[in-house]
Design a protein around this ligand. Structure first.
Ligand SMILES: Nc1ncnc2c1ncn2[C@@H]1O[C@H](COP(=O)(O)OP(=O)(O)OP(=O)(O)O)[C@@H](O)[C@H]1O
Length: 310
């Protein structure tokens, strides 16, 4: 198997001050970004953050109002015609009235560097449903077929918009194992997702979009550290819990009381715990931990919401 990404350019994708509006909605706002060979990159953001628009711009499905998008140093269309990009889109309709095998064969025929149809079917886990009509597939099976189409040939960049939506857990694991193989062979994988645990487990780089702007860019560990806050949990058994006293603890950013268990987030966990003892309380089973990616994501985007609404 050959990959051409590594020996042509060190920049797979380049966005240079790219903006795109729909009427008064600025979906992508001055986005500058570079992706490199072999990176597996997760694109995160709340609903409406501009993820799909960013991927559409990348794939040349929409034109930017300003700025430039490059793939391997050329425009998106040239890169796609050259077979360097495989894509799996959120809403990509599948042709009715054909079988899975016929559709995959068509995708292979159109690719300049195609794989064998049987290999593509096997890799996407759809060999057993190869003779089924495409309009008779379940949601998860249709996603697998979209994945087969995205990997019909030897592309250097694979772009996936919420690829595992509708897949069951086993299918998801198989899907990501295959994607990991693709990345290990030097391909760049860019995927948008709402499943933050997937981003945490799979991506070696995480981009957080918010209102069309890049809010954070780093490893999952760096994004967690950027959020700054830490989680503290403890049980209070010997006393009625006074929520207002807890809420007044210094550096508290989040409070949840469930039965005897208190969960908080704090931007200075040491100071918060110190003050907790200062209230005369005796917290048991005290645990202090860093934020998960999901909590870090919520903290970062909420802080930005608060900042921009001031
Ligand atoms: N065709 C369109 N016409 C008008 N507005 C649009 C169109 N497509 C997207 N938008 C708006 O642009 C913004 C960005 O949308 P986009 O779909 O890119 O976000 P997203 O991050 O992919 O969202 P989601 O997570 O909900 O899929 C949103 O405010 C959306 O309502």
């Amino acid at each position: 198997m050959t990959t051409t990404a590594l020996n042509t350019t060190t920049e797979v994708v380049g966005f240079d001050r790219v903006s795109k509006s729909y009427g008064s909605v600025r979906a992508v706002d001055g986005l500058t970004l570079a992706l490199h060979p072999g990176e597996t990159v997760a694109l995160l953001g709340p609903n409406g953050a501009g993820k799909s628009t960013t991927l559409d711009l990348l794939l040349g499905l929409r034109q930017p109002d300003s700025g430039t998008v490059r793939i391997f140093g050329t425009g998106p269309r040239e890169a796609i015609v050259a077979g360097r990009v495989g894509a799996m889109l959120q809403s990509g309709g599948l042709m009715d009235e054909v079988t899975v095998a016929e559709l995959v064969r068509l995708a292979c025929d159109l690719h300049p560097r195609p794989y064998k149809v049987s290999d593509v079917l096997a890799r996407a886990g759809v060999s057993k449903i190869a003779d089924r009509k495409v309009d008779k597939l379940s949601g998860g099976q249709a996603q697998r077929v979209r994945f087969a189409l995205a990997t019909a040939g030897d592309s250097d960049l694979i772009v996936l918009d919420e690829p595992t939506t509708g897949m069951d857990v086993t299918t998801r694991h198989a899907f990501w194992a295959t994607m990991r193989e693709q990345a290990d062979q030097g391909r760049t994988v860019l995927f948008a997702t709402h499943y933050l645990e997937e981003a945490d487990a799979i991506a070696d780089r995480v981009l957080v979009l918010h209102r069309g702007r890049l809010l954070a860019d780093g490893t999952a560990a760096e994004i967690k550290a950027k959020a700054g806050a830490r989680r503290v949990s403890f049980d209070l058994h010997d006393t009625d819990i006074d929520e207002s006293a807890l809420r007044a603890l210094p550096f508290l950013t989040y409070l949840d009381v469930s039965g005897h268990t208190v969960r908080i987030q704090s931007s200075d966990a040491d100071a918060t715990v110190h003050a907790l003892y200062g209230l005369g309380l005796y917290p048991r089973n005290l645990e202090v931990a860093g934020l998960g990616l999901e909590q870090a994501f919520v903290a970062i985007t909420e802080a930005e919401e608060a900042r921009t609404s001031c």
